[in-house]
Design a protein around this ligand. Sequence first.
Ligand code: BG6
Length: 493
Amino acid sequence: KNVSPTILLIFGATGDLAKRKLFPAFYNLFLEGRMPKQFQIIALGRRDNDSEKFRDYIKDNLNEFSRNKVDSDEVWEKFSQQVTYFKHQLDEEESYKDLEKELKNIDEKFGVRANRLFYFSIAPSFISTVSEYIKKTELAPNADQDRIIIEKPFGHDKASAIELNELLTKTFKEEQIYRIDHYLGKETVQNIFTFRFGNSIFEPLWNHNFIEKVEITVAEEVGVEERGAFYEKTGALKDMIQNHLLQILCMVAMENPNSFEAKEIRDKKVDVLRAIRRIKPEDVSKYAVRGQYKEGEIRGKEVVAYREEKDVDKESNIETFAAIEYYLDNERWQNVPFYLRTGKRMKEKQSYVSILFKSIPSNNFPGTENMLANRLIINIQPTMDIRLQFMTKKPGLSMVLKPGEMVFDYNDCSSADSPEAYETLLLDALLGDPTLFMRSDQVEEAWDVVASIQDVWENETAPDFPNYVAGSLGPEASDLLQTKQGYKWLPNT
Ligand code: BG6
């Protein structure tokens, strides 16, 4: 599909996201021939700078962060000539008027009114100012041509998300707003959809009759790095569970869509969020566990406790780990527990979905005590594979069983690098396909799902913080969440 001529405007172009993710994504799309034939990237920043210097800065960043480095002067010339720096003050109307002139000039040069894609890579507190000025100066008047992409955090609870949605819809129509959750752009996450609905052998088993429990783990090795100030207002529940983990849950649990239309797929996902049983405030401690890391060791390197990180309160009550047991009140998933867990400074970076099937009704195999139930593991990152585990007869004269497995490894199926999540999502935004972006009701519903936990955790001091050693699998209480049901967290192999 051809992409219409587009002007990409990045608010916050000198920030971290732009240098690590956005410019590498545009550059790689350019290398793949996926950028529009006519495009212009306008990098907006408040400081004095010129385009030449800014291009050098981008080049250095690409060489550090992009999966493809800059190795051809000719290609770099072509790409970089379409990137310009534009000095802009977010809170000054004049700045937006200047921008309007610039946009008109580019349209003239292109010979058509180009699409406009505004990327809000700015602090949440600026969103209202920027969107009001865009409205006032009529920078994005065409609903079918002009779009904004907005980063998380999308609000900090349900009420603020509703408020933000209302504010944005004063300037933009819902179909112009692309709320990004970069997990949905991950190759392995998208494949959950294909795997479930593109094959006839899994879907018949994909329900409470055959599935015992589902686990979703997103473990990180990194701590809060330079983001202590941000994280002190966030924590694992808001930073990861409300968005990334619930989105994965939606992919695993959704009903079969009737079509590939964005509306249909998003409707089916909202249905999942609606079906998640809300945890009563008095039950939060029964179904949800929070943790905060102490000092410890990761890959032989000593790391400090969360409370010792830069910009973090010495008595911080913020969780760096969260584990939750959810149930879905619908036909397909009745009584199947969904265990979600995520944490920073865990033993190793590993994100995966584990689907445990029911055990066989009775084990009549002589001498086989460790009969394992079937399991499907979807490794999201950094390992990327799908494993189906089953029992086999150990070759030999007697009937002895051993576990076997079938593995689909992403490394075997393509020689090319997989695109990064941001490449996929930015291309979709350029094409005007909102399927993988969050609709307003999805975001609001996801806040609703975590609301009671959020309330309790924000208002009750955790008596045992810090409660897990950096480099471990999280606090003991997260194991108890499963053992009380006779389960344990299962590994990704
Ligand atoms: C972000 C969170 O949304 O996702 C970060 O704010 C987290 O805290 C990151 O580290 C993880 O993303 P990925 O793609 O590295 O798994």
